[in-house]
Write a protein that binds this ligand. Structure first.
Ligand code: SAM
Length: 481
């Protein structure tokens, strides 16, 4: 990209902000190539395993200093096209964007919110750090983007994530003071996107910066309303101006004396290998107190009443609205029956939670110690993914979901059809074709791709008489180029 395309007022502002010498070196960075990054999915791949080493070598990865699981790759390597990407073994993410979750540092077992989450870079990183324990509510306001977010979370194999599609004030009305940690990666004027997406330049103007700062403030206020006493909030943008970054945080500190700034970090394209990011880590005082409406309290429990997948639910004392309804219980029963023969390892994959039915779709709704969601507490909220999608319950029969295939390992399934990287069968499966399979297979098969002797799920197929019916969702099939 040529620097001459940058708006003059943007150039003048950056020179004023950074001074002539540094400002010029910042502007010169727009003449250099953009950076590319990916994060290895530690929910699927053990650090130091043969599979991890293979991915590092094959894509010639180079470590990103601020993120242990993050790596740079060269543009021509194209890991997004490889079947390992379809298997969710890594997530493609701009390198500097990986810094925000590192600072937030979510922990297993916590109740975490990602308020502006699509397409899911930060949510998948949070899910990795939570290691399947606790609850992540991953929210996106725009319906289409929420759908992409749900797909990315599913490919990543995260179990304990609820994807909602709500405006921030809808969430704060339901979940006041509910979260231990909140990530707010705010919509911004995108000055750090100029190398990656020159279209962002056309949308930039001083007025757009003003509008973004106002919108960020509105979203931030809703985020603060959902933060627990003692809770942590990471506020980030991929833009450089102070108005949307430090000034917004200063305004917050002035208006919310119960919040303090713990750390502030900037990644600059002329100083670091990345497109640029701002992140502030804030904490709410432990002794902060605010009365909350009794209506919203039903969602929260200081002492969670958990249903373990293996426990008999009937024996437990639970609030009426927290019990799975009759239809959900019947669908779950059908799922368990199916799993007995086809997916014996299902029980060990499910976290604390409960079955929940949306129409014919059965989900496993995760719980955390601090926030116990239920059909009642989600009522009226748009929830594209109410936890792990187990499958469809139609006319008394259970059919497993693609998301379930992505959230298990090959040792969980009764039948696995391992496909070799580069094989015609693998390409045909990803293309959505019906395949010829050895006669010994019958019923549901987990189709996997091999990586250094380990197999990673790609989806389901159903075998009968030497044929495998392809159950890869139509929207995920790869068309030959
Ligand atoms: N965190 C995401 C990731 O790492 O993949 C990127 C988030 S992006 C910077 C900001 C998101 O905020 C966009 O998906 C956008 O749709 C959403 N958004 C836009 N307006 C919003 C609003 N008024 N309230 C909440 N989110 C909004």
């Amino acid at each position: 990209m040529s620097m001459t395309e940058l708006p003059n007022s943007f150039r003048a502002r950056m020179l004023a902000m950074l001074g002539e010498t540094e400002g010029q070196s910042f502007l010169d960075s727009y003449e250099t190539p953009r950076t590319y990054g990916l994060r290895i999915n530690t929910l699927k791949i053990k650090p130091g395993s043969a599979a991890e080493l293979d991915i590092q070598q094959r894509f010639q990865l180079e470590g990103i200093p601020w993120c242990e699981d993050g790596y740079y790759y060269a543009e021509e390597v194209r890991p997004g096209k490889h079947p390992y990407h379809a298997a969710g073994l890594y997530y493609i993410q701009e390198p500097s964007a990986m810094s925000a979750v590192e600072l937030l540092d979510p922990q297993p077992g916590e109740t975490v919110l990602d308020l502006a989450a699509a397409p899911g870079g930060k949510s998948t990183q949070i899910a990795m750090k939570m290691a399947g324990k606790g609850l992540l509510v991953s929210n996106e306001i725009h319906p289409q983007r929420a759908k992409i977010l749900a797909e990315n979370i599913e490919r990543f194999g995260a179990h304990n994530v609820v994807v909602s599609q709500a405006a921030p004030d809808e969430l704060s009305a339901r979940f006041p003071l509910a979260f231990d940690r909140i990530m707010l990666d705010a919509p911004c004027s995108g000055e750090g996107m100029f190398r990656k997406d020159p279209g962002a330049i056309a949308e930039w103007s001083p007025q757009a910066v003003e509008l973004c700062a106002e919108r960020q403030w509105d979203i931030l206020e809703e985020a603060i309303a959902m933060l627990k006493p003692g809770g942590w909030l990471a506020y980030s943008t991929c833009t450089f101006n102070r108005q949307e970054n430090e000034d917004t945080v200063e305004r917050l500190l002035e208006q919310y004396p119960d919040m303090k700034l713990i750390a502030e970090k900037r990644i600059w394209p002329h100083l670091h290998k990345g497109e640029g990011h701002y992140v502030a880590l804030l904490q709410r005082d432990q002794d902060f107190h605010q009365d909350i409406a009794p209506d919203s309290l039903q969602n929260q429990s200081s002492e969670p009443d958990k249903i373990h997948p293996k426990s008999k639910q009937r024996g437990k004392k639970r609030h009426r609205e927290e019990l799975p309804n009759k239809n959900a219980a019947a669908a779950y029963e059908a799922c368990i029956d199916w799993a007995r023969s086809e997916l014996p390892g299902l029980g060990k994959r499910l976290c604390e939670g409960m079955p929940i039915l949306f129409g014919e779709s059965l989900y496993w709704l995760p719980f955390s110690a601090g926030l116990q969601l239920s059909p009642h507490s989600l009522d009226g909220l748009r929830v594209p993914r109410a936890g792990l999608h187990l499958g469809e319950f139609k006319k008394g029969r259970f059919q497993p979901a693609h998301a379930l295939a992505m959230a298990i390992t090959l040792s969980d399934a009764a039948q696995v059809w391992p496909l070799k990287e580069g094989s015609p069968e693998l390409a045909a499966y990803l293309h959505g074709d019906t395949l010829t399979i050895p006669e010994r297979y019958h019923g549901w098969c987990l189709v996997t791709v091999d990586c250094k002797g380990d197999g990673f799920p790609l989806g389901w197929g159903k075998a009968s008489n030497g044929q495998l019916k392809n159950h890869l969702p139509k929207g995920l099939r790869q068309h030959s180029s």
